[in-house]
Design a protein around this ligand. Structure first.
Ligand SMILES: NC(=O)c1ccc[n+]([C@@H]2O[C@H](COP(=O)([O-])OP(=O)(O)OC[C@H]3O[C@@H](n4cnc5c(N)ncnc54)[C@H](OP(=O)(O)O)[C@@H]3O)[C@@H](O)[C@H]2O)c1
Length: 249
């Protein structure tokens, strides 16, 4: 993978992504990274899933990000659509090109309002740490299948700021949010995204699943371009939230 910017930065995408040392969690909550892949016209899914937008290098970054995070935050819609499994510790990347230092697997944290989880959801069982299911405190949890720890936060919907405080109290320092757009849009509105990894596929897709933050209220926040890589026509954009001039949180 060729690094286009910042040339003075780390030499490999994986090494840069794995480096936790320059991700300083703000006081009281973890550092929040978001990772998404999109087509050149901004589509985030083709036929309801993201697979056709991805590439081997995108998956390399996807796995390296997972290896650098303490928790993976995902909305129930994505967990259902993409058949989420429990993350397991990765000693090496699937295509054997990159060898990662083994890490404890990050914990999967799923956010749901409806608590509509089919018993055959892959993340409800199998190898790996028991996932955490965040739900509104007033939700009826009696129908939730076994295999997850339940935690009620907020009323009507999960209070995402409280969720971050709660993860912080668990010792989580870096959260990787893998979407989907409905969840990411809320994190954006709350200014809870510190870093964005956006893989741009050389594809035009059209359709209605467009916009990695979903269709929320217009909310402008400044980013700074941190690094860019290119491989096989894909651009891998790494942004950081530009908080210059803001009081420290
Ligand atoms: N291109 C990519 O990188 C990428 C990444 C991720 C996902 N995707 C795609 O995105 C699509 C899904 O995205 P989406 O925007 O439709 O849905 P989503 O954000 O994945 O999930 C929405 C659901 O999450 C739960 N939720 C979100 N915010 C909540 C809150 N504050 N409190 C409680 N529950 C909350 C609710 O679950 P309940 O319905 O259980 O109440 C809600 O219906 C899929 O097609 C997936 O393949 C693409």
């Amino acid at each position: 993978m060729k690094q286009l910017f910042d040339q003075d930065g780390a030499t490999s995408a994986v090494a840069a992504v794995l480096d936790r040392s320059d991700r300083q969690a703000p006081s009281g909550r973890p550092w929040v990274m978001a990772n998404m892949v999109a087509s050149a016209d901004g589509a985030y899914a083709i036929s309801g899933v993201s697979r056709a937008l991805s590439s081997p290098e995108d998956r390399e970054i996807f796995h390296a990000l997972r290896a650098s995070a303490d928790a993976i935050l995902v909305a129930a819609g994505t967990a259902r659509a993409e058949r989420y499994r429990r993350p397991t510790a990765m000693a090496e990347f699937a295509d054997q090109r990159r060898v990662f230092t083994p890490t404890p697997a990050p914990r999967l944290v799923v956010v749901s309002r409806s608590l509509r989880l089919a018993e055959d959801q892959p993340f409800l069982s199998g190898e790996g740490v028991e996932p955490l299911l965040l739900h509104p405190a007033d939700a009826d949890t009696s129908g939730v299948p076994a295999g997850v720890e339940l935690r009620g936060l907020g009323s009507g919907g999960v209070d995402l700021q409280a969720a971050m405080r709660s993860l912080d109290a668990d010792g989580v320092r870096i959260v990787l949010c893998e979407g989907g757009p409905t969840l990411l849009g809320q994190l954006h509105e709350l200014d809870l995204i510190d870093e964005l990894f956006l893989s741009l596929a050389p594809i035009l897709a059209s359709g209605t699943q467009v916009g990695i933050l979903g269709g929320g209220t217009e909310t402008i926040r400044q980013l700074s371009l941190h690094r860019v890589w290119e491989a096989n026509g894909f651009l891998f954009l790494n942004y950081r939230r530009d908080r210059q001039g803001q009081p420290a949180s």
